[in-house]
Design a protein around this ligand. Structure first.
Ligand code: NAP
Length: 233
């Protein structure tokens, strides 16, 4: 899809991968609606519209999409990016952290998809991109809760792809490896470093997936840093 003048919604745009993607899409001429609890102070553009939204709250999500559909008849892309992870021993994890991860990483995704899917099916086009993680591809010690949410994202995405492909709607699931963002603030022992992916790298591959011609579809996008520990010595 040619991105110029297309309407793309991204959840979680205050920093990290979501912000990097918003910037790249704006540079391509897209009209971006960013749904989030916080706005990046230093990123303003006439084609970037921030809407205050907590994706855990279905009412907040519904109100946000109502606002978008008041000005746009079509949403060409939805990127479900908002997410977070708490790491640690399962028995030590407070229920509040477990709930926050599930509410944000999977419930929020469900609420957003429900808002765009009927219109996308009617239009016969639309691209939904869900950000999972390589934590959706293998179990990891101390990451059980986060892995569980991202395995759910994988299951939702694979199933929905099969459900809506005949309506012309694309569903891509993205599996980034370690990316240098604020994500690791809740995972003691992991320090972000320069051999990780950069948020711009993940964003770039999503832009490429969005730009593919209609009959070419990136179903899964697994992205890893080639040498996460640096070049072999
Ligand atoms: N970094 C990695 O290594 C990595 C690897 C694989 C997958 N991922 C996934 O990539 C996605 C983006 O993460 P990131 O690395 O860019 O982390 P990040 O820098 O912490 O950014 C996360 C974004 O999600 C937003 N968010 C969180 N809870 C929200 C809510 N309830 N409502 C609306 N927005 C909310 C945050 O906004 P606030 O300012 O409101 O908190 C922030 O903009 C997540 O789904 C994460 O699981 C990350």
């Amino acid at each position: 899809m040619e991105l110029n003048n297309k309407t793309i919604v991204i959840t979680g745009v205050s920093k990290g991968i979501g912000l990097a993607l918003a910037k790249q899409l704006i540079a391509k001429g897209a009209i971006v609606f960013g749904l989030g609890r916080n706005q990046a102070e230093d990123f303003k553009h006439p084609n970037f519209h921030f809407i205050n939204c907590d994706v855990r709250n279905s009412q907040s999500v519904q109100t946000s999409f109502t606002k978008i559909y008041e000005t746009k008849t079509e949403i060409h892309g939805l990127i479900n990016n908002a997410g977070l992870g708490y790491f640690g021993y399962l028995e030590d994890m407070p229920e509040s952290q477990w709930d926050e991860m599930f509410q944000t990483n999977i419930n929020g995704m469900f609420y957003c998809i429900k808002q765009v899917l009927p219109q996308m099916k009617k239009d016969g086009f639309g691209h939904i991109i869900n950000i999972a993680s390589t934590a959706a591809l293998e179990g990891m010690a101390m990451v059980s809760g986060y892995c569980a949410t991202k395995w759910a994202v994988k299951g939702l995405s694979e199933s929905l792809f099969k459900e809506v492909r005949d309506f012309g709607v694309k569903v891509t699931c993205v599996y980034p490896g370690s990316t240098k963002t604020d994500f690791f603030r809740n995972s003691p022992g992991i320090q972000p470093h320069d051999y990780m992916l950069m948020p711009e790298d993940v964003a770039l591959l999503m832009v490429q997936a969005l730009e593919m011609p209609q009959n070419i579809h990136t179903v899964n996008l697994e992205i890893r840093p080639l040498q996460v520990r640096g070049p072999k010595k």
